[in-house]
Design a protein. Sequence first.
Length: 146
Amino acid sequence: MKKEEVIEAVVLAKKSKGLTWEAISAELGMGTVWVTSACLGMNSMPENVADKVCKILDLPDEAKPALMEFPTKTWDKSVPQDPLVYRLYEIVAVYGDTLKEVIQEKFGDGIMSAIDFSMDVEKEENPKGDRVIVTMNGKFLPYKAW
C-alpha cells in the first residue's frame, strides 16, 4: 500500500471504531501528538509500534511497511484555510521573531530541535472559556563556528 492509502485507511478505521488519537496513544503507551503525526504520515514508526497500530485498527499486513517508511516532510506552502491551522500560522507570524529573540537571549545563537522534540496538547477548563495548552519541548542546538 502507498503511504497516502494507509493514512486514509488509518483515519477511516479510527472513525469506524469510534477511537480517539488519545485512546490509540494510550494503548501504545506513547504520546498523542507523536502517534497522531506518525499515523498521518509525518513520522516513521518503529516496527513494533507499526505492528500494534495495525492490530488496534485492523489494518492489512500491507499497511505496516508504509507506517514504517521514512517520510518526506513536505506540505502545501500556501496559507492554510482551516481556521485552527491558520491560527497556528498566525501565532508564528506574530510571535515568531519574539520567540527567536527570547530563546536566543536565554540560550545563545541556535535553534530548537524538531528532531529531539516532544509536544503535548492539554485542555484546561476555565469559566471564561476552555483553554488550549500546547507545550513544545525541544533540545537547543547551538550554531557552531569553525
